[in-house]
Design a protein around this ligand. Structure first.
Ligand code: F6R
Length: 364
């Protein structure tokens, strides 16, 4: 049921504050501000390495998680897309946690990678939205997202719910490994608890983003830039735009611009910069200035502080609430989803059923 919405994708974008809150509720204990995985009988303190495998948008959620597992839990992380992982003879040693992320739980390459890791003696953790799926059944540690059924082919609410679970898992591993104190755990929980309100604040810019869709719709190519945990969001923004609006888009780590893609910059290529204010802001802004100096048209997505500092001279700005860096990837998912959505609507494409794509990719 689409209710008052024009498309399932739009409805699912707007459901995010509720479903992310729902997902967080089953991983966070508000009473003592701690993280509690649903399957708490499982001891993760002996894990010495994490191998993350997924496809598409779920893979980008894994890329964000890599930053968190390293930063909070001090665990080495290896990550790959399932179709590559399967065929590269990865080194899988005892004590490894193999983590699979999937909305459907049926993606053929991800499932095959899971079975490969199981046969190699890895502990299998699965972040999945369909609790009856093959991956859910084959998991040692099942970490469900509570996004509810996702109908739109382009994944939106499943992605932010995956990030919510992965942040909780990173915090749990950090506690188990003695890497964070009780106070630090409580602080992480408090930041996560702020996510639904921040998602609502991000969604309140919907009309403004709709109004700027005409700036992007005529473009043939669009670049997305981000740094650190927001770099995967640049990749996700580009994927969303290409899959539903059919505009060629690429996501780049901001610092990689000068190593090639800057050659593409001219007035016809909009560059969307994801740059929450914080420790990485200045670096990203200097990459943005390099784009501007070459005539590039920049859309800056930042908070009030970032926009006050660097928004002048941009083609447009989109103001996000000021949030802790931990939850920025969840919050910045909203404007990239909305931008792709409104550009697709402006172009008149079939938003919920984009050409050539299937919701669940069960062939290899
Ligand atoms: C993008 C998208 C796909 C899926 C990918 C993995 O919007 O929906 O990239 O993320 O096919 O699917 P799951 O998560 O079901 O394994």
């Amino acid at each position: 049921e689409k209710g008052n919405y024009r498309h399932f994708m739009q409805k699912e974008i707007f459901e995010q504050p509720v479903v992310v809150a729902q997902t967080l509720r089953s991983y966070l204990r508000r009473v003592d501000q701690s993280v509690a995985l649903p399957q708490i009988d499982f001891d993760l303190s002996t894990i010495n390495r994490v191998t993350i495998v997924a496809c598409g948008t779920s893979y980008y959620a894994g890329m964000v998680a890599k930053y968190w597992f390293e930063q909070f839990a001090r665990l080495p992380v290896d990550i790959d897309v399932a179709s590559e992982f399967r065929y590269r003879d990865p080194v899988l040693e005892p004590g490894g946690l193999a983590l699979f992320i999937s909305q459907s739980g049926e993606t053929a390459d991800t499932l095959a990678a899971l079975r490969h890791c199981k046969a190699a003696g890895q502990t299998i953790a699965v972040v999945v939205n369909v609790p009856t799926s093959s991956m859910a059944r084959e998991a040692d540690l099942l970490l469900p997202t509570h996004a509810g059924p996702e109908i739109g082919v382009a994944s939106t609410k499943a992605f932010t719910c995956q990030l919510a679970v992965l942040a909780a898992l990173a915090a749990h591993l950090a506690v188990k490994r003695g890497q964070v104190s009780r106070e630090e755990e409580a602080a992480i929980v408090n930041h996560l608890v702020e996510t639904p309100a921040a998602l609502n604040a991000a969604l309140s810019h919907d009309e403004e983003i709709a109004a700027m869709a005409h700036l992007i719709a005529p473009a043939r190519d669009v670049l997305y830039l981000g740094r650190g945990p927001d770099y995967p969001l640049a990749l996700e923004g580009a994927l969303k735009l290409k899959e539903i609006s059919y505009i060629h888009a690429e996501g780049y780590a901001s610092g990689e611009m000068k190593h090639g893609p800057i050659a593409l910059i001219d007035e016809a290529v909009p560059v969307i910069v994801l740059a929450p204010s914080g420790p990485l802001f200045e670096k990203t802004v200097s990459n943005m200035q390099e784009v501007r100096a070459r005539g590039g048209k920049v859309v800056l997505i930042s908070d009030a502080e970032g926009i006050a500092e660097a928004g002048e001279g941009c083609l447009a700005t989109i103001e996000m609430p000021k949030v802790h860096p931990l939850i920025a990837p969840l919050v910045y998912a909203v404007p990239v989803q909305l931008l792709a959505y409104h550009v697709a609507v402006a172009k008149g494409t079939d938003v919920d059923q984009p050409r050539n794509l299937a919701k669940s990719v069960t062939v290899e």
